[in-house]
Design a protein around this ligand. Structure first.
Ligand code: PMP
Length: 411
């Protein structure tokens, strides 16, 4: 009996709690800038046209069924996914140095990274950016890792603290694990530029650190898959003779598969010297990953995987998907400009250029927790207390309203 009587009551999840407060709010005009999910210009969730077509193809096919997938997931998904991420010209793929398995979206891939590293005996600190997506800390700590942070966002300049970042890499114990956002950093919307990535990755190579790339927004940020994969591909090039690289890939945002939990977990092995039998190492790693999946999920979810695989492997749908990503990213960019322009027109104190300079789903607005609270209480505009706003929640009908509300709480 005592087992349950002593269970500690935890606070509700901050992000999902916004959703439930918003649902209970009876004011006629409400704006949801909380959760990072794309909305169209009418404020509705958007099923990508490429996804609709893929679903039709799947349902019309003669082998349409709901059978179990294999433990490693759908091969057509994991192969297509590694091609999209690493690129057609990837030397790692050509040299057969990649092991890919399906995961429960990006969160599941990160959990797999944590579980796998714990299982193979890695006990070093996990370094996360300051700030980062709140779930990073929770996922790694849940399997027993300790986490630390590396400097990232400089609030004074609203830009990257490159010096702090690189010196944290250099002072971390050799062989530590660094989680890096592949693109569209959540929550800041601030990505290193190409030169900055070079400095960061060179420092990582120097210290033999292990990188986990979290790729949750490829193609969603700029509308271009290759452009958004720059950091991952540069990282693989630089680390190819040094350390393994882990990549956690989500299709939640770029294929709009939020609830279907389609994702992949990849391990890219470094080139080894003659004394190591890479095939044997790959087989051992694959077997460990299979054991994790078997004991936690038995096998990964099939429906979303089939949709994404169909999009990735049917040229006509792949083209449609590319233009769907441009539709989403350009609407978000347009909203960034409109919000900034309205704030400037209203003479709202401060400089708002960072809103258009940032990329991906979010803007780190710089609004204080108190201002965010007033936005919710007085204007029914909901966002995370850190001042992170999901720009996808803006549309042509509410952007001016939101700008006026921000203007009011700032003044
Ligand atoms: N990483 C980051 C940085 C994210 O923002 C998200 C989604 N919010 C994820 C991973 C994983 O999302 P999902 O599990 O829905 O794929």
């Amino acid at each position: 009996k005592d087992l349950l009587n002593n269970v500690e009551l935890l606070p509700p999840d901050a992000l999902f709690n916004i959703k439930s407060r918003l649902a209970k709010d009876s004011r006629p005009v409400k704006v949801d800038l909380g959760i990072g999910a794309y909305r169209d210009d009418t404020g509705k969730p958007w099923v990508l046209p490429s996804v609709r077509k893929a679903e039709k193809l799947i349902q019309q096919s003669t082998d349409y069924n709901h059978e179990y997938l294999s433990i490693g997931g759908l091969g057509a998904l994991t192969q297509g996914a590694s091609r999209v991420l690493l690129g057609d010209q990837s030397t790692a793929l050509k040299e057969n140095r990649v092991v890919s398995v399906q995961s429960l979206s990006g969160t599941g891939a990160l959990h797999m990274a944590a579980t796998f590293l714990a299982k193979v005996g890695h006990d070093k600190l996990i370094y996360l950016s300051d700030p980062t997506w709140a779930n990073h800390k929770a996922i790694f700590e849940m399997v027993g890792f300790k986490t630390a942070t590396y400097p990232y966002w400089d609030p004074a300049t609203k830009s990257l603290d490159l010096q702090g970042y690189v010196s944290a890499i250099k002072s971390a114990p050799q062989g530590s694990i660094f989680v890096l956002h592949a693109c569209a950093h959540n929550p800041t919307g601030l990505d290193p530029d190409h030169d900055q990535w070079t400095s960061i990755l060179d420092a990582i190579v120097e210290k033999d650190h292990i990188v986990i790339f979290d790729s949750a927004y490829q193609g969603f940020a700029s509308g271009d898959l290759d452009r958004d994969a720059f950091a991952v591909r540069l990282g693989l090039e630089k680390l190819s003779d040094a350390s393994p690289v882990i990549i956690c890939q989500s299709f939640a945002k770029n294929v709009g598969m939020y609830g279907e939990r389609a994702g992949c977990f990849h391990v890219v092995f470094p080139r080894q010297d003659q004394s190591v039998d890479t095939e044997k190492v790959k087989a051992a790693v694959t077997s460990q990953l299979a054991k994790i999946t078997r004991s936690e999920l038995s096998n990964p979810p099939a429906y979303g995987a089939k949709i994404v695989a169909t999009v990735l492997n049917t040229p006509e749908l792949t083209n449609q998907w590319h233009s769907d990503m441009v539709t989403m990213s350009s609407r978000i960019i347009k909203m960034r400009h409109e919000l900034r322009d309205h704030l400037v027109k209203l003479n709202t104190p401060g400089n708002w250029d960072h809103i258009v300079g940032q990329t991906g789903m979010f803007s780190y607005t710089g609004l204080s927790a108190e201002m965010v609270q007033r936005l919710e209480k007085e204007h029914a505009v909901y966002m995370v207390s850190s001042g992170r706003a999901s720009i996808a929640g803006l549309n042509s009908s509410n952007v001016e309203y939101v700008a006026k509300a921000i203007n009011e709480v700032v003044n």
